[in-house]
Design a protein around this ligand. Structure first.
Ligand code: F6P
Length: 328
């Protein structure tokens, strides 16, 4: 392996996701394995601008593989979007002797990395970390699997109380632009309807379908709604609409919110994070730059950062059909 780079920095940026710590650990330990120095950057790009760095060795990442959040902290830095901000970041990172950067985050973080590379020719590698699973080039982002399990657990609990009171529950899950969390957890949680940003079911059809379920003997119902749902109504407006247009159900709303981003990463996310960290560091050490590592057909693959940013993930149409059949 042509070991050109002597020091690598790692940072977490954007919304945190379970598995980020496992990825930091993997980056740090892969560096140690190859005899490369590693530096942790605190608070994402903002920490780069402020020179908030800490040298990390294999032992400094002990006991974190099972922890949610990110020990490096995260931020959405406005200053890094400016040329002056990036110049400060470059001067700091140069002064620290860093020669390559691993960014664990979403597409906003990758856009920052790409601009930084274009301006300074600085080698960068991306690891996709977001619970939304909305990044092109990987079937799974870090944190998605854990969030699914967290949400299903919550839906199961809500179902207990929904069925005890013959209630209809609207449950809002995260997914600003995509319905991956809603669709998967809706199926797994036995939801009667799933509302996602990719599909406009329409309010009338929603009521029609809930009425149909009721007629076939259902006494309680769960509707999972992605926060970016295409009907365009927030979950409280949906409740109001159903209250006004449907009889016989006591309607309640539950917004799961940020609890979906926390918690110990699942086994799947820990393994994925470990694989991604190894691939990211070894790609940099191979002299390659501007890629995102991803999971495709159970292999670690590289996607040019540019494609990862511009590409769109697609909703699985087969899952949509399964969910329709299951709500019969
Ligand atoms: O991490 C992505 C995400 O979970 C989105 O689904 C959600 O809209 C957003 O983060 C909320 O993030 P924040 O509250 O940190 O702005």
């Amino acid at each position: 392996m042509p070991n050109r780079i002597k020091k690598i920095a790692v940072l977490t940026s954007g919304g945190d996701a379970p598995g980020m710590n496992a990825a930091v650990r993997s980056v740090v330990r892969t560096c140690a394995y190859h005899g490369v120095e590693c530096v942790g950057v605190y608070r994402g790009y903002q920490g780069m601008i402020e020179g908030d760095f800490k040298p990390m060795d294999a032992r400094s990442v002990r006991g974190i593989i099972n922890k949610g959040g990110t020990i490096l902290k995260s931020a959405r830095s406005k200053e890094f979007r400016t040329k002056e901000g990036r110049e400060k970041a470059f001067q700091n990172i140069k002064k620290a002797g860093v020669e390559g950067l691993v960014i664990i985050g979403g597409d906003g973080s990758f856009t920052g990395a790409l601009v930084f590379n274009q301006e300074y020719g600085f080698p960068v590698m991306g690891i996709p970390g977001t619970i939304d699973n909305d990044i092109f080039g990987t079937t799974h982002t870090l944190g998605f699997d854990t969030a699914l399990n967290t949400v299903v657990d919550a839906i199961d609990k809500i179902r207990d109380t929904a069925s005890s009171h013959n209630r209809l529950f609207f449950i809002e899950v995260m997914g600003r632009d995509v319905g991956h969390i809603a669709l998967n957890t809706g199926i797994a949680g036995g939801a009667e309807e799933i509302l996602i940003p990719e599909e406009d079911l329409g309010l009338d059809r929603l009521v029609e379908s809930l009425n149909k379920s009721k007629k076939t003997g259902k006494t309680s119902s769960i509707v999972v709604v992605a926060e970016g749902d295409k009907i365009g109504k927030n979950i409280f407006e949906l409740k109001e609409y159903v209250d006004e247009n449907m009889e016989g159900y006591d309607v309640r709303v539950s917004v799961l919110g940020h609890m979906q981003r926390g918690g110990a990463p699942s086994c799947f996310d820990r393994v994925l994070a470990s694989r991604m960290g190894v691939k990211a560091v070894e790609t940099l050490l191979n002299g390659q730059t501007n890629y995102m590592v991803g999971l495709q057909n159970n292999k670690m693959e590289l996607t040019p950062l540019d494609n990862a940013i511009k590409g769109k993930t697609k909703i699985n149409l087969e899952l949509l059909r399964v969910s329709d059949i299951m709500s019969t």
